[in-house]
Design a protein around this ligand. Structure first.
Ligand code: NJP
Length: 223
């Protein structure tokens, strides 16, 4: 029976590319995002192996309902890709906007915790896998970047979660890309990583034999 991957932030960029790559690799994919039209269109493109569910990841009730729907549609959940994330328009601390930090921290930190908390009861049944999008920015120091600091959280949490999940045979992976050509930026970035490059790293991580836990994949543009 096909395994099932739930993806947050599936309406564009890395999440949408991962949905296509995972379904090409034989997975069922559950697409979560706020942009209903975009995830429904992607779901139609993929076909029967896809399910689109409108969900704001900062809303724990919506997340819980979405995971329940995913499990009842496909029987179980084998992997979750907590990929939804956002940046700020005003960089740095001195010139930063605390309201923007609040919203970004809700999506990049708290919603990752919510996703893990919601996912674990499902993943425990399948000895499943939690993958989360970190960043090169979560490994390096960047002048005044609060975004980078949220990704440092993701990297620390990802390793800690991997240790907790290990107790019952589960695995956790942090995907850490450098710059990727997505809607995250206003301008196209044709010479940077492409969303498909990151998608292929995610599919690699979730396709390894049970004896191998890939803890982190760090990928940079070859520019
Ligand atoms: O960007 P984009 P990426 N509830 O803007 C969703 C990280 N990253 O693919 O709700 C639910 O195309 C949003 O969906 P919607 C980055 O930090 C990037 O590049 O419909 N979903 C959309 O699907 C992030 O963690 C680069 O608006 C919410 C998705 O998030 C991840 O990669 C480098 C949401 C954003 O897709 C994917 O970003 C790097 C909410 N409240 C790490 N808020 C890079 N691009 O260079 C947002 O190291 N979303």
């Amino acid at each position: 029976m096909a395994k099932t991957l739930v993806i947050t932030g599936a309406s564009s960029g890395i999440g949408a590319a991962t949905a296509k790559a995972a379904s090409d690799a034989g997975w069922n994919v559950v697409l979560l995002a706020r942009s209903t039209e975009k995830i429904e269109q992607l779901s139609d493109e993929i076909g029967e192996a896809a399910l689109a569910i409108t969900c704001d990841v900062t809303n724990r009730d919506e997340l819980s309902k979405a995971f329940g729907e995913a499990a009842s549609q496909f029987g179980s959940i084998n992997a979750v890709f907590a990929n939804a994330g956002t940046g700020v328009s005003q960089p740095g601390v001195e010139n930063g906007d605390p309201d923007e930090w609040h919203d970004m921290i809700h999506v990049n930190i708290l919603a990752v915790l919510y996703a893990a908390h919601t996912a674990i009861p499902h993943l425990k049944k399948t000895k499943g896998h939690f993958v989360v999008t970190g960043s090169k920015a979560g490994r390096d120091n960047m002048k005044g970047s609060v975004y980078s600091a949220t990704k440092w959280f993701v990297h620390g949490f990802g390793e800690n979660l991997a240790e907790e999940m290990r107790e019952w045979g589960g695995r956790a992976t942090v995907i850490a890309p450098g710059m990727v050509n997505t809607a995250f930026f206003d301008e196209p970035k044709p010479d940077k990583l492409q969303p498909e490059d990151v998608a292929s790293a995610v599919v690699f991580a979730i396709s390894q034999p049970e004896t191998s836990a890939v803890r982190e994949i760090y990928l940079m543009p070859n520019d």
